[in-house]
Design a protein around this ligand. Structure first.
Ligand code: CA
Ligand code: CA
Ligand code: CA
Length: 547
């Protein structure tokens, strides 16, 4: 292994104008520089033109407030888009994100907006439809696909259709608005179903809370309404949807898979390139069944969060087991949908921030966790702030997983989060501004992973065709193949030992190191000498046939 001192090419980045509220973000700093050396010299990163993307989940309430009312909003997001992607995969100090998932933006009482009152507007806390149109345009200018959260399992109990339904049931009218909802005689429901009791012996299914009555997904009326909703947003330019609570699409009278297939097909007729990712927080077999609907992606929950397979295997340094489990999972899903795009993630807005678990193990562990999950095939979903190691101020309250994004830790934002107030938990390593200045920061490591992925499109698009057994359970190695190109990706899960590994012609003919991710030092690189590599602890390497 040889030390290569990288030349830092100082590139001045054009400022993006005055920002309000969020402190100065990365791309807005006047003297920012491209502090990450090209992972692979002479290889151009290409922007994605398909559904394979590096996604970023924005919890809208908490990302960036443009007008000082202590609530994040759409204009705030627009002001920080250059941080996520400046539109050029080969320059600037942006993160390289090319897909954004916005948590719900429609009018709703609760700060998280998962109880929708009106599916055809923007919550006034977040802005207007004009702001939204501007956001779509600015995303598309940068090559970012924008998907929005769509809650089709339930509405708010203050949705006008539900209010009318309740009123009609009181008058024994059951063939009007009641048909939009899971409203039946109470005897229809099993004992363990949560319901809202209505008049005259009727009830409405409401598994989440009494404020969230469930739509009747089997009703032609509901489907007509949902078609209008899909047309409304797709016509405005959204590229697809993150579908909330798919697990609950199955009702006594509704086959969730049939409903999803109907909805997906309906959306494809409006936009053939529509992309959908489902939140189906359940067992493998149910996720596999739902892929039969044709949906592009579902979140791989079992590998997420501190108790999930990825982090627990990281703690026990079980590399070989990790890659086998992901390969088995991914291949199983592709039996149902050969085009399935696995959606891996470390944490989301419903889970304790992953930095609470990883940061005590050290920066190298945080970096390595990101490399491991993002180098599997599919679409990784980075939860905003994960790339700078934001921690939850406490681990028992959902709202504490949704605190302010920290663009500049010397200039903390003042965003109010329900139940947490405006007290942000600082990151251990500073905000975006501070981390861009540190070549070995967590943020610059994330930037490097994404750059490598943009230089090697087969990482995201490949199929895992096998694991390689190096006779060491701490080493996780797998092959991924895409359009005749084969990669061998190797992770060293040991947190203390380097591994000397022999790469034979049987593994990869005429092998060369395509890229590496060394968590201790970005100036160190791996060399293949006489068929051998030395892979440092908590590091990764990508090997390919020389061209
Ligand atoms: Ca605001
Ligand atoms: Ca760029
Ligand atoms: Ca339901």
């Amino acid at each position: 292994m040889k030390k290569i001192i990288s030349l830092l090419l100082l590139v001045s980045v054009i400022g993006c104008g005055v920002l309000a509220g969020c402190g100065s973000g990365g791309a807005s700093a006047d003297e920012s520089s491209d502090s990450v050396a090209d992972p692979i010299e002479n290889i151009v990163a290409t922007a994605s033109d398909d559904k394979y993307r590096n996604f970023y989940e924005i919890f809208v309430n908490s990302f960036c407030d443009s007008n000082g009312d202590q609530t994040g909003d759409l204009q705030g997001i627009i002001s920080q888009l250059d941080y996520l992607n400046d539109g050029d995969p080969n320059s600037g100090d942006d993160l390289g994100i090319d897909g954004i998932w916005l948590t719900p933006i429609m009018p709703s009482k609760l700060y998280h907006k998962y109880d929708v009152e009106d599916y055809y507007d923007i919550d006034p806390d977040f802005g207007t439809l004009e702001d939204f149109d501007e956001l779509v345009e600015e995303c598309h200018n940068r090559g970012i696909k924008l998907i929005i959260d769509l809650v089709l399992n339930h509405s708010s109990s203050e949705h006008p259709y539900y209010e009318k339904a309740v009123e009609e049931v009181e008058n024994n009218i059951l063939d009007g608005y009641a048909e939009y909802y899971e409203i039946h005689e109470t005897s229809y429901f099993s004992d363990d179903t949560q319901v809202n009791l209505l008049s005259n012996g009727y009830a409405c299914e409401a598994n989440f809370s009494s404020e969230m009555p469930e739509w009747n997904l089997n009703s032609e009326k509901t489907r007509e309404e949902f078609t209008k909703i899909a047309e409304f947003w797709l016509d405005r330019g959204v590229d697809g949807f993150r579908l909330d609570a798919c697990k609950y699409y199955d009702n006594k009278g509704t086959d969730g898979e049939e409903f999803l297939e109907w909805f997906y097909t309906t959306c494809q007729e409006i936009n053939p390139d529509v992309y959908m990712v489902g939140e189906n927080w359940t067992d493998d077999s149910d996720i596999k069944d739902l892929y039969e609907s044709g949906i592009d992606s579902q979140f791989a929950f079992k590998f997420s969060a501190s108790s999930g397979l990825l982090v627990t295997n990281l703690m026990t340094q079980m590399g070989a087991a990790t890659v086998s489990k992901v390969m088995n999972y991914d291949n199983k899903m592709k039996e149902s949908n050969p085009d399935a795009i696995n959606a891996m993630f470390l944490s989301n807005h419903d889970q304790v921030r992953i930095a609470n678990t990883l940061e005590p193990r050290g920066l190298e562990t945080e970096k390595f966790a990101a490399a491991v999950y993002m180098l599997f095939p599919g679409n990784p979903y980075i939860y905003y702030g994960e790339e700078i190691g934001i921690k939850a101020p406490n681990t028992t309250n959902d709202a504490s997983y949704r605190t302010q994004m920290i663009f500049d830790s010397d200039n903390l934002p003042d965003i109010w989060v329900n139940g947490v107030g405006d007290e942000a938990e600082d990151t251990t390593y500073g905000g975006v501004k501070q981390q861009l200045e540190d070549e070995d920061s967590l943020l610059n490591f994330y930037r490097r992973i994404i750059k490598i992925k943009n230089q090697n499109p087969e990482i995201a698009r490949g199929t895992m065709t096998g694991v390689e057994d190096f006779g060491d359970k701490q080493v996780g190695a797998f092959y991924t193949e895409y359009e005749g190109s084969k990669l061998l990706i190797i992770h060293n899960f040991s947190n203390s030992e380097s591994k000397e590994l022999t790469i034979t012609d049987n593994m990869i003919e005429n092998a060369e190191v395509r890229a590496d991710l060394i968590t201790t030092d970005s100036d160190t690189h791996i060399e293949l000498v006489d068929g051998k590599i030395t892979l440092p602890a908590l590091s990764s390497v990508i090997i390919k046939s020389a061209e």
